[in-house]
Design a protein around this ligand. Structure first.
Ligand code: THG
Length: 258
């Protein structure tokens, strides 16, 4: 599993306030904690707090001052991406483009120039598609454009898009079916990623819903996740799921930190 820490996001009040005050401490605390918990990337999301590239750069710089873990630049704004990527010490993960050509082409160009990885959402600029077929069509367009640019599949992530269970209950199983079909898009297959916490948005029993859905997602081919990497029960369920899918070699001590 590829773990992408979700916590440095202005959707969380402490991070929003820290960005407004230009106070590095909350960002650096979460960067350290998520690094310690085993994150492979740290997602950095400026959200609606500001449209200024320099604010995203400030966030990335605070994080990089305390960790070597590469950044997931969580923005769909090209103007922010173009500046933010220059601040990254390691090749980042571009999170994310849609399959609309006017966004997809420049994202792929940037990923190619920097040797970066990229997440492609299975939607176009008109919003998230509801049916499985549309999602597969969108994902296929992204995979084809990526291959045409000569980029390796190991650096492409396709995201079938998790929607909140509380408001769109029928969507969870459509996500799982789409993920299953994405695995057939290329050989070797692309990575399949998701924003896990979306599923339990505004729900009670958040942790149980996240954990249960994640195990189902693993069985459907998901191998990368934006998550609360400090949720030990969740990470243990993921490790166990990867074992059961024969993606990790069994050892009695498999739940211990490696
Ligand atoms: N796909 C991709 N990137 C993404 C997403 C995705 N980036 C953003 C998001 N979705 C993933 N990150 C989060 C982070 C936090 C929460 C959900 C998704 C979350 N927020 C709480 C809630 O909604 O209830 C509120 C925060 C709080 O507790 O204050 O759970 O799908 N590629």
């Amino acid at each position: 599993m590829i773990y992408i820490g979700e916590r440095i996001n202005t959707g969380f009040k402490d991070i929003k306030q820290a960005v407004l005050d230009k106070n590095p401490a909350p960002l650096q605390d979460w960067a350290k904690k998520q690094t310690e918990a085993g994150a492979n990337y740290l997602d950095v999301n400026l959200g609606a707090v500001s449209g200024k590239p320099e604010d995203m750069i400030w966030m990335i710089e605070q994080v990089q001052a305390v960790t070597e873990v590469p950044i997931s630049i969580d923005t769909n704004k090209l103007a922010i991406l173009k500046e933010a990527i220059k601040a990254c010490k390691k090749p980042p993960l571009l999170n994310s483009t849609t399959c609309s050509k006017e966004k997809l082409d420049p994202f792929i160009e940037i990923a190619s120039a920097y040797g970066a990885s990229m997440i492609g959402l299975a939607m176009d600029e008109s919003g998230s598609p509801k049916e499985v077929e549309k999602r597969v069509e969108c994902a296929g367009m992204i995979a084809a454009a990526w291959m045409e640019a000569g980029q390796p599949m190991e650096r492409l992530f396709l995201d079938p898009i998790v929607m909140p269970l509380k408001f769109m209950q029928e969507q969870a199983k459509l996500f799982l079916e789409a993920a299953r079909q994405f695995q057939q898009l290329s050989d070797p297959p692309p990575n399949i990623s998701c924003g896990l916490s979306n599923i339990a948005s505004k729900a009670t029993e958040k942790k149980l819903i996240n954990r249960t859905f994640m195990v189902m997602a693993i069985a459907s081919g998901v191998n990368a996740v934006i998550l609360d990497v400090l949720d030990v029960d969740l990470v243990n369920a993921i490790k166990t799921g990867d074992l059961l899918m024969n993606r990790e070699i069994y050892a009695d001590a498999y739940l211990q930190k490696s």
